[in-house]
Design a protein around this ligand. Structure first.
Ligand code: PEP
Ligand code: MN
Length: 335
């Protein structure tokens, strides 16, 4: 971290400031006295240094981080890839490709069990289904709630597929005890209380990128979970808000190699929410696999025109079968 001090700062004040930095943080301070101003270089563990506090000091002209503000999620401090073990047969980040498939919302037992069976046949290795739904309108279907989680467990029992479902409230963590991967949706990516509580568990967490979150903000949210002791974080790129209105969001393909460079955490891509259109799911899924994604999360519905949420972006089981076939063939070809 580089701190430029204001010109003509008295040497005694600089001395006091240096001493305070060394006592407050685990850093050493290097000092360069120039003709007009003095520059301090902080060396050591600067992750906990509050740049806003530094910037607010009267003698400080400017402050700049030269190291990323996240540590546990940072590849520099953990060069090997993190592999998140979800079940006996499912480890995400180990070089294999996992497809998480299922409806946006769990709507009933027959629906979720039949979709689970069909996506499994097509090659999916995990089942998704929303029980608590974050909807833009309070009048839209809000999910079957705890009953939805129970139905997912029935589908898991029938198929053996681990289940993935979205949590919205800290108070619900106990209810998700028996869910294999807890999804934190885009709207809750910066629900810091929720992230902290999930950090106290050892559950795999699928952390979706916020609607307008930078890659650094997204990694800082992962850091919240990891700072609590839970390293089982899987990042999910699900498209970001841009000026383009043709698609629901804009899939940031570059996020995949960027995350791979900056972090050791696995990355899953959601082409369904990224595009909002079922016809775009296949090409975006292929692009994500080619760019190095560790997995995909794809919405599949038994009757998309009558889905209670996200019908327009949902594939039928038949369409999913064709898409999964191509994706898995591409993965093979890339080996
Ligand atoms: C979902 O997975 O159904 C969902 C609501 O996703 P996102 O948080 O990415 O919008
Ligand atoms: Mn959805």
């Amino acid at each position: 971290m580089i701190i430029v001090l204001k010109p003509s700062t008295p040497p005694e004040q600089i001395q006091l400031f240096e001493e305070k930095l060394c006592s407050d943080y685990e850093v050493k301070v290097n000092r360069w006295d120039g003709v007009h101003s003095t520059v301090l270089g902080l060396i050591g563990d600067t992750h906990t240094v509050d740049t806003e506090y530094i910037d607010a000091q009267d003698i400080v002209e400017s402050v700049k981080r030269v190291q990323e503000p996240y540590k546990k999620a940072n590849r520099k401090f953990h060069p090997e890839n993190t592999v998140v073990k979800v079940s006996e047969n499912v480890s995400i980040g180990d070089g294999s490709l996992h497809i998480i498939a299922g409806p946006c919302s769990v709507e009933g037992e027959e629906q979720i069990v039949s979709i689970a069976k069909s996506v499994k046949k097509s090659g999916a290795t995990l089942l998704r289904g929303g029980a608590f739904k974050p909807r833009t309108s309070p009048y839209a279907f809000q999910g079957l709630k705890s009953e939805g989680l129970d139905l997912l467990k029935i589908a898991r029992k029938e198929t053996g597929l681990p289940i993935v479902s979205e949590i919205m409230r800290t108070e619900h963590i106990d209810m998700f005890e028996n869910v294999d991967i807890i999804q934190v949706g885009a709207r809750n990516m910066q629900n810091f209380d929720l992230l902290k509580e999930l950090g106290k568990t050892n559950k795999p967490v699928l952390l979706k990128r916020g609607l307008s979150a930078t890659i650094e903000e997204w990694l800082m949210s992962a850091e919240y979970i990891m700072a609590g002791g839970n390293d089982n974080v899987i990042l999910c790129e699900r498209g970001i808000r841009t000026f383009e209105t043709y698609t629901r969001n804009t899939l940031d393909i570059s996020a995949i190699p960027i995350i791979k460079k900056l972090s050791h955490l696995p990355v899953v891509v959601d082409p369904s929410h990224a595009s909002g259109k079922s016809s775009l799911v296949e090409p975006l899924a292929m692009a994500a696999v080619a760019a190095g994604a560790d997995g995909l999360i794809i919405e599949v519905h038994n009757d998309p025109p009558h889905a209670l949420s996200d019908g327009a972006q949902s594939l039928t089981s038949k369409q999913f079968d064709a898409v999964a076939g191509k994706i898995l063939a591409l993965k093979e070809a890339l080996k």
